[in-house]
Design a protein around this ligand. Structure first.
Ligand SMILES: [Zn+2]
Length: 163
């Protein structure tokens, strides 16, 4: 198992890897967002790690986000602009090491196409500020939507539901 684990992790991280920077830059120029800021402004507001993911479409290391473990009721919002993106009730354990959801809050996210890895897949970003969130795959839970929104935890903040 010790030998298998690093290989397994390498394979899994590939499954959520985003190298969509150029594509994203292009899309973000075409799309109009309610919240728009200059690169310098984003750099000032976000941590380095947040900036790399949200504005440069980097992928956080698998199993690095504390949001992986969140299972209490609440809402996941964009770390950059506070826009509501996902609900805990649509979260499921994918085993990939990234927070995974079978659907987004309607209107919360928008999609782009990323073919950098040689096949088409859907890039997901915040509909309000254009911040990169992750990708959508068609291997989600069959009993619900069949979709897996593979989202970088660092791109989101969690707001627990009021009891
Ligand atoms: Zn946002």
């Amino acid at each position: 198992m010790k030998k298998i684990l690093p290989i397994l992790l390498a394979v899994l991280s590939f499954s959520c890897q985003g190298n969509a920077q150029k594509q994203d830059d292009k899309q973000q120029k075409q799309e109009k967002f309610e919240v728009t800021k200059s690169t310098e402004e984003w750099k000032e507001e976000l941590t380095d790690a947040e900036f790399q993911v949200l504005r440069k479409a980097a992928t956080e290391p698998a199993f690095s986000s504390p949001l992986n473990k969140v299972d209490e009721p609440g809402t996941f919002v964009c770390a950059a602009c506070g826009n509501e993106l996902y609900k805990t009730k649509h979260k499921f354990i994918s085993g990939t090491g990234w927070p995974s959801f079978d659907r987004a809050i309607e209107g919360g996210v928008a999609y782009g196409t990323d073919s950098k890895l040689g096949y088409q897949r859907n890039e997901v970003h915040c509909a309000r500020c254009g911040g990169h969130l992750g990708h959508v795959f068609n291997d989600g839970p069959e009993e619900t939507t069949g979709k897996r929104h593979c989202i970088n935890g660092i791109a989101m903040d969690f707001i627990p539901a009021k009891q």
